[in-house]
Design a protein around this ligand. Structure first.
Ligand SMILES: NC(=O)c1ccc[n+]([C@@H]2O[C@H](COP(=O)([O-])OP(=O)(O)OC[C@H]3O[C@@H](n4cnc5c(N)ncnc54)[C@H](OP(=O)(O)O)[C@@H]3O)[C@@H](O)[C@H]2O)c1
Length: 345
């Protein structure tokens, strides 16, 4: 059995990790941290976990490594990065769910996060943890930077087209909608019930921090610097993330050709499902699962491809993908602990 720890286990992604890992046959959950609930029984604070976990929350400090072979950091960005060197020094592998190690360039990080990266010497060790793109590197990694939720949905939808000459790669627009759990459990005005119920609102237009992450990965695939217009929206739902992505066609393309191509690219991917032509991605069909559903359409009148993708922001967009990465790092079947359908209704 491999001993795993979760730093930030009282947050939404931390709790999702607990839910997945207590049912995982190859690991033992051995340490859970929370500054707020330290010293309290996990199952007393979160009764949904009663009967499944027999631990107290502990403070996050370096002693975590004595109990763990691998640690998930489900911490706010810029907090996570300061803990990574200590874990790596003690031979503890790390899957960081924050944004701290996702961007390869410290300058780009500083531009978008308005703070200097404090661990520039280990930035180069981090592997971007999107298994569909970087499976081999993840398998050998000591430090995996788990992707953001929006980038996961957008990059998986776009990736196959980045190596074709079918579209104008300067024309990418990603219009995305997320459930409120995407903002985490910490209290904030915009996630209070009266502020986010019965309302759809755009935020972060042209400035959202997931933009450089999407651009980094699609640029690498395309072999040249690409930009996207990324427009996130907050939806009055708890979980789920839908992306609708537009690209201008530069040649005639049928839906049948597009469908065949996507199916070929993703034929061996356990967690990417290409929807039948005419079916569009829907968060109802992926929530509580590790699937990313991708729907395809050709808008022939306007010579555009319209892609849709749906994920659960807390599963394929965070904890599920983190477990998928852990499985790869440990050399166990990638789908272990994750192979279940979404919950609908
Ligand atoms: N929510 C999503 O859908 C999603 C998706 C992808 C990635 N992420 C990323 O995953 C990370 C966690 O997100 P989340 O949504 O789970 O956030 P969250 O619900 O706010 O949870 C944050 C956790 O970090 C702990 N924490 C906060 N400040 C800390 C500090 N200074 N030292 C130690 N622990 C501290 C909190 O614990 P206590 O308050 O109990 O101490 C809590 O357990 C973030 O970086 C986020 O950007 C989130």
């Amino acid at each position: 059995m491999v001993n795993v720890g979760i730093a930030g286990a009282s947050g939404y992604t931390g709790l999702e990790l607990i839910r997945l890992l207590v049912k995982h046959p190859e690991v033992r959950v051995s340490a859970l941290t929370s500054e707020t609930y330290q010293g309290q029984r996990v199952a007393d604070v979160f009764p949904a976990l009663a009967g499944h976990i027999d631990l107290d929350f502990v403070r996050l400090d370096s002693s975590l490594t004595k109990d763990c072979d691998i640690v998930f950091l489900a911490l706010p960005h810029t907090t996570a990065m300061n803990h990574v060197p200590g874990f790596l020094k003690d031979n503890c592998r790390v899957v960081d769910l924050s944004a701290d190690f996702r961007l390869k360039s410290a300058e780009v990080f500083e531009t978008w996060y308005s703070v200097a990266h404090s661990q520039q010497d280990i930035l180069g060790q981090a592997v971007y943890g999107l298994p569909e793109l970087h499976r081999e590197q993840i398998t050998a990694a000591k430090l995996v930077a788990n992707p953001g939720c929006y980038p996961t949905g957008v990059i998986l939808a776009l990736a196959p087209l980045m190596t074709t000459d079918w579209v104008d790669l300067g024309s990418i627009v990603a219009d995305c909608k997320s459930g409120v759990s995407g903002a985490g459990r910490k209290p904030a005005l915009n996630t209070q019930f009266a502020e986010c119920n019965e309302v759809v609102s755009a935020y972060g237009l042209g400035t959202h921090r997931h933009t450089p992450e999407i651009e980094q990965e699609i640029s690498t695939l395309a072999g040249r610097e690409l930009r996207v217009t990324f427009s996130p929206h907050l939806m009055p739902m708890t979980r789920g993330l839908l992306s609708t992505i537009y690209l201008n066609l530069v040649r005639d393309l049928t839906l049948d050709e597009l469908d065949k191509y996507y199916r070929e690219i993703y034929k061996n991917e356990p967690f990417v499902r290409i929807l039948n032509p005419g079916v569009f991605a829907n968060t109802h069909f992926v929530v509580h699962s590790n699937y990313c559903d991708i729907g395809l359409q050709i808008d022939a009148r306007n010579r555009r491809i319209i892609l849709t993708s749906a994920i659960d922001n807390l599963v394929k967009g965070a904890a599920g993908q983190a477990v998928q990465n852990m499985n790869l790092m440990l050399g166990i079947d990638e789908t272990t602990g994750l192979d279940s359908p979404g919950i609908f209704p």
